[in-house]
Design a protein around this ligand. Structure first.
Ligand code: GLU
Length: 401
């Protein structure tokens, strides 16, 4: 962000305001566990900005959640929404917990408790949560139910990522993956790469990674490597993604998929592919492994997978990086469509969703790419320039700075 501020000569007051979230909430949620004991979970909600609209962003459940992470992620949401051209600010929430070790009942009680605690600070015109790491349609359904009870009215528009049939939108589950592929195809266009000849490695096989791999395959690209937290698999000929997905859903592991060779996550990141798509956690491409990366381009599906040190190495090596705040904006773009549909109580079909999402993301890519040429900066710095530019005028006109 500092590089962008310098390049665009952003007003110092605006820069100081954007450097910190507008509001942070820390909550402690008592949950009756299945064994009868009470456990107190710590959760957060950071509202980084409401300059361009209500705060918007997911809630993650993970043992490593912490305040700094939530604050950073909320800042990225502000930038992501601004780059995508959405009428939103940015927010993010999280609870320190290990959902893999909790029963469904415990998860439900913790989720409802979290909403009880943050209810005064959220709402369809104030702050709109959504899924993130380890949260899904079921968690959003509990959140919506709890919030509707608190407000004594039906409140679908305060949250996105809900299941279909209860205010959810067509295309939302696949949306981040679809968007990553749209961004990658735009990158291939400017780099003059034929998608049919492109090879792809995807790190992460959660909602984002699995859809990214599947949509790449649908577009005729060759997905040669995928991984999850336990390691990855490789096949130079490319996977049949339908078979691989069925295998993963049945066995809960990628390992042992017929015709594939086991590889480590470190090996996946170093493969000589056309596109490397890190779609897992933050801080995956760091100073220590950046030099080993041999991909032509990196399309960031995760939030913050690359450190500034690693970015410098990629710049030097001429690796084209499509930054997270541009590449993974597909999820929140379809969240926006879901919110609009909720406000109007009128629903669109999947074709319309995918068309509008593709159009919006292509437009965002073009804007960032042109900005990178105009200012002679990387795509990442350009994306921040686009975001900060979108915020600068309203901040001035509204008298915020
Ligand atoms: N958690 C997703 C993200 O990081 C989606 C947020 C949303 O839909 O509001 O972009």
């Amino acid at each position: 962000m500092e590089a962008a501020e310098k390049a665009m000569k952003l007003d110092k007051g605006a820069a100081a305001i954007i450097a910190e979230p507008e509001r942070i909430l820390e909550v402690h949620i008592p949950v009756r566990m299945d064994d009868g004991s009470v456990k107190v979970f710590t959760g957060y909600r950071a509202q980084h900005s409401t300059v361009l609209g209500p705060a918007k962003g997911g809630v993650r459940y993970h043992p490593s959640v912490n305040l700094d992470e939530v604050k950073t992620l909320s800042f990225w949401m502000t930038c992501k929404c601004a780059v995508a051209g959405l009428p939103y600010g940015g927010g993010k929430g999280g609870i320190i917990c290990d959902p893999s070790k909790m029963s469904k009942g415990e998860l439900e009680r913790m989720t409802r408790g979290y909403i009880d605690k943050i209810a005064p600070c959220i709402g369809e015109k104030l702050d709109i949560p959504a899924p993130d790491m380890n949260t899904n349609g079921q968690v959003m359904a509990w959140m919506m139910d709890e919030y509707s009870k608190i407000k004594s009215q039906y409140e679908p528009g305060f949250i996105t990522g809900k299941p279909l049939g209860m205010g959810g939108s067509e295309g939302r589950t696949a949306a981040t993956g679809v968007g990553i592929v749209v961004a990658a195809l735009e990158a291939m266009k400017v780099k003059k790469v034929d998608p049919k000849k492109a090879t792809i490695a995807v790190q992460g096989y959660g909602n984002v990674g699995s859809w990214t791999a599947k949509v790449f395959a649908q577009k005729g690209c060759k997905v040669v490597a995928v991984s999850d937290i336990n390691g990855g698999i490789y096949n130079a000929k490319g996977f049949d993604m339908k078979k691989l997905d069925a295998y993963y859903n049945k066995n809960k592991t990628l390992k042992g998929f017929p015709g594939s060779k086991n590889i480590s996550n470190a090996e996946l990141l170093a493969l000589p592919v056309t596109v490397l798509a890190p779609c897992a956690m933050e801080l995956q491409l760091v100073k220590e492994n950046a030099d080993k990366v041999r991909a032509k381009m990196i399309v960031e599906g995760a939030n913050g997978p690359t450190t500034p040190d690693a970015d410098k190495v990629f710049d030097k090596k001429g690796i084209f990086v499509v930054p997270d705040i541009l590449a993974n904006g597909g999820g929140v773009t379809v969240s926006y469509f879901e919110w609009v549909q909720n406000l109007y109580r009128f629903f669109w079909d999947e074709k319309r969703i995918v068309e509008r999402q593709t159009e919006m993301m292509q437009k965002a890519f073009k804007k960032v790419y042109e900005t990178s040429k105009e200012y002679k900066v990387s795509m990442r710095v350009a994306a921040y320039i686009v975001a900060l530019n979108a915020m600068a005028m309203p901040m001035k006109m509204r008298g915020i700075c």
